[in-house]
Design a binder for this molecule. Structure first.
Ligand SMILES: O=C(O)CCC(=O)C(=O)O
Length: 255
């Protein structure tokens, strides 16, 4: 993988702002993909074969993704440039097969919002994104065969409700992607998006990490203490409670 710049390049920032999502192909090595998939297979089929702390994501091998440099340079560019102001509030595995009967198409979100959860703002040369999904595609995805679909730019659209006819998968306003295994997809929850029925012989194997600004939480907390306690201190900080870190300072602790 080429050397990463500490923040998104001007071109990457432009594309994320324009579309509301960005794809980085082939970020993870095969070796790392295998380690994480092995953990996920065991969670699905044989959780007892893992130590208790690794039976919940993002414990165990998956913890290497919590602050992966390719994620952090993006989050530092679109949520906050200080790591301590970024939270990780939800993680799940999206495992889909061609025959699992998953409902597939389900467009949601989109449009400018003053709701802090789904907030997406541009101000003075920088992006302020609220809830942001970081998706690791651990298997290859072919375009139109089950990756997440988006209406590019819809995080900034003004008219609502969204006209029903544009929610049709064939309306012509939707886009999606193909990518090799180990690719990284990052999108603002504010962009209109949808799951798609999975149409490939290999399963969808995607890990969804949901980040947000430290002052906001959308999901109900569900992480178990034994998993959190097993993480390094650098990783534990992503699960801090929802408050501004200034209250950790000596001055506020004395009050
Ligand atoms: O399953 C997908 O591809 C999309 C998931 C989704 O809709 C979401 O993360 O809000």
């Amino acid at each position: 993988m080429a050397e990463l710049t500490p923040f998104l390049t001007e071109e990457e920032k432009f594309l994320f702002d324009l579309k509301g999502y960005i794809l980085f192909p082939a970020v993870l090595s095969d070796d790392k993909i295998d380690q994480i998939k092995d953990q996920c297979d065991r969670i699905r089929n044989d959780p007892e074969s893992l130590p208790p702390a690794e039976r919940q994501l993002p414990g165990g091998a998956a913890s290497m993704l919590i602050d992966h440099p390719a994620t952090m340079r993006t989050l530092h560019s679109i949520i906050d440039d200080e790591t301590e102001k970024i939270r990780l509030e939800n993680v799940f595995l999206s495992y889909r097969t061609i025959s699992d009967g998953h409902k597939g198409w389900s467009p949601h979100a989109g449009g400018k919002s003053v709701n802090p959860n789904y907030s997406y703002q541009y101000h003075n040369g920088r992006i302020y994104s609220g809830m942001t999904r970081v998706v690791w595609e651990l298997n290859e995805v072919s375009k139109g065969k089950g990756g997440t679909a988006f209406i590019p730019g819809s995080h900034k659209s003004n008219f609502r409700p969204f006209p029903k006819y544009f929610d049709d998968q064939d309306s012509g306003v939707w886009d999606t992607y193909s990518c090799p295994a180990g690719s990284l997809l990052i999108f603002s929850e504010a962009v209109r998006h949808s799951a798609c029925a999975w149409k490939q012989d290999i399963p969808r194997y995607a890990l969804f990490f949901c980040y947000n600004h430290i002052n906001v939480r959308h999901h109900k907390p569900h992480f178990r203490d034994e998993m959190l306690d097993s993480l390094s201190l650098e990783h534990q900080r992503f699960f801090n409670d929802v408050y501004h870190p200034q209250f950790d300072s000596e001055r506020w602790r004395k009050q």
